[in-house]
Design a protein around this ligand. Structure first.
Ligand code: APR
Length: 226
């Protein structure tokens, strides 16, 4: 079975009703990224950060995987599909995908200050004063300014992939955006995004479409040429 490495970003979940980060005037759900998604923001105003992620978790209860998520699951019948997502939602898992790496953490988990203890919290809120181990409990999210421990595992998957598929990411945030450079020379790279990114290696096949439509087309193409 051929391996497909799939890198997904916020655009993957857009058709489920979750806003992307950079499509709305630089604001993310009415907040500046610097105020809610950096390690400094956590030190400065932990309550604002907790409220923000409590709201993201509440939002997640009300949304469903879209056709694109479901197609990635369907592809497991014919391919070894390895998903590497920048998204903190759980829509790939809820669509049935078996192999999902979360580069930037997961909304449904919490951890202690140094991330040595990680706990499933489902859709529950985290409050100031709530402890995990002997520190304040915090969202299990990789904020700007923090290490991305899963990047090594992701690099190994891309390095050995027969096919690389990138979906719904502006490729502006590193180290995730750099994964594209680890694709083997002989492996085709498909990029599904209605806008596309500014700088792309010339061998990338760009499908300027939304995730569901683009994946429907790519699935037919991959199945015909497998
Ligand atoms: N289908 C596919 N792609 C879409 C759709 C859609 N229906 N709608 C929008 N997009 C694309 C946009 O064109 C854009 O290129 O999704 C991309 C979203 O880009 P960003 O908002 O920059 O999100 P992403 O690339 O995932 O951001 C990376 O930055 O804020 C941090 O940690 C956060 O994981 C996030 C990281």
């Amino acid at each position: 079975m051929k391996t497909i490495a799939v890198l997904t970003g916020a655009g993957m979940s857009a058709e489920s009703g979750i806003n992307t980060f950079r499509d709305s005037d630089g604001l993310w759900e009415n907040h500046r990224v610097e105020d809610v998604a950096t390690i400094d923001a956590w030190y400065r105003n932990p309550k604002l950060v907790l409220d923000f992620y409590n709201e993201r978790r509440r939002q997640l209860v009300g949304v469903e995987p879209n056709r694109g998520h479901l197609i990635l699951h369907e592809l497991e019948k014919n391919f070894d599909v390895q998903i590497i997502t920048q998204n903190v939602d759980n829509l790939h898992e809820r669509a049935g995908s078996s192999h999902v790496i979360h580069l930037h953490g997961e909304l449904t988990k919490a951890c202690n200050e140094h991330k040595t203890i990680v706990k499933d919290i489902a859709y529950n809120e985290i409050h100031i004063g709530q402890k995990l181990g002997d520190t304040q409990m915090r969202p299990f999210i990789v904020w700007f300014g923090e290490a991305v421990p899963e990047i090594e595992r992701a690099m190994k998957i891309v390095e050995t992939a027969d096919i690389v598929v990138i979906i719904g990411t502006s490729l502006q945030v590193y180290p995730a955006a750099g994964l594209i450079n680890y694709a083997p020379k002989h492996s085709p790279i498909y990029y599904i995004d209605p806008k596309g990114a500014d700088i792309l290696p010339s061998r990338v096949h760009l499908l300027k479409k939304g995730a569901s439509e683009g994946l429907e087309e790519l699935k037919n193409n991959l199945l015909a040429n497998r």
